[in-house]
Ligand binder design. Structure first.
Ligand SMILES: CC(C)(COP(=O)(O)OP(=O)(O)OC[C@H]1O[C@@H](n2cnc3c(N)ncnc32)[C@H](O)[C@@H]1OP(=O)(O)O)[C@@H](O)C(=O)NCCC(=O)NCCS
Length: 208
């Protein structure tokens, strides 16, 4: 990767199908046999919590090679407050360009733009191996719990980064995944039929 061989811009309506194809290719068989993320973004673009100013595509030689998006959500504070935060994703990079630094560049750019808009923190489910390099830490270190997770369960998948230093000082509470992320498997199946057939495989390392 070279810092001059890509650009990042907002997603256009005309990019949508190409972005969904990219996501489908990148997530396919990674976390489950097949994937649902291409349908998730398809639905989320019309969700009131979707932040259209933070819906990015990464372009290299005219081709969309990466994407990232954000949604607004809240931490339900233990003291009764609702603290507005962002959640993120799907984020992905094209299969043939993974592990070359593009994801880190796209993530860094997106977070910078989110900070410029005044958002205070980003929380989501992810792998500390990748996100830790961009300043994310376990959300438990900030006193934030994942909804519906038993107290003694492993929450190391749940990550947080403050965009405004100290934004979560004095806040403890429960993070809520925006409802829009919960899609029906049947709807995913139906939507997936509009793409070329692809084999679903059960592979080691999948979490669902
Ligand atoms: C996750 C993803 C966006 C990362 O993008 P990428 O371009 O492959 O990652 P980068 O090359 O920028 O990696 C940045 C750093 O994170 C590390 N890293 C990347 N993916 C990692 C992983 N899955 N596990 C552990 N570390 C990882 C890299 O080694 C690199 O470290 P370095 O800076 O010390 O060299 C991309 O691999 C992808 O699209 N994956 C499939 C979809 C997905 O899982 N999306 C995220 C859902 S939460």
């Amino acid at each position: 990767m070279n810092k001059n061989d890509f650009t990042i811009r907002l997603e256009d309506t005309g990019d949508r199908r190409e972005v969904e194809e990219l996501i489908r290719g990148s997530f396919w068989n990674v976390y489950r046999p097949g994937c649902s993320e291409h349908y998730v973004i398809h639905v989320l673009r019309n969700d009131p919590a979707f932040v259209k100013e933070l819906d990015f595509v990464m372009i290299k030689q005219g081709r969309i090679i990466g994407q990232n998006m954000f949604m607004k959500t809240v931490i339900e504070g233990d003291d009764g407050r609702e603290v507005e935060v962002l959640t993120m994703g799907p984020i992905c990079i094209a299969n043939d360009l993974k592990r070359q630094g593009y994801g880190k560049e796209l993530l860094g750019y997106s977070l910078e733009k989110a900070a410029e808009m005044g958002f205070g923190a980003v929380l989501f489910e992810g792998n500390i191996g990748f996100y830790g390099k961009s300043g994310f830490d376990y959300a438990s270190r900030f006193g934030i719990r994942y909804h519906d997770l038993p107290e003694d369960a492993d929450a190391s998948f749940f990550l947080c980064k403050e965009l405004i230093s100290g934004y979560l000082d004095g806040v403890t509470g429960v993070y809520q995944t925006p409802k829009g992320y919960y899609v029906d498997d049947k709807d995913v199946e139906e939507f997936d039929k509009s793409f070329p057939p692809k084999e679903k495989l059960k592979l080691p390392g999948q979490i669902f």
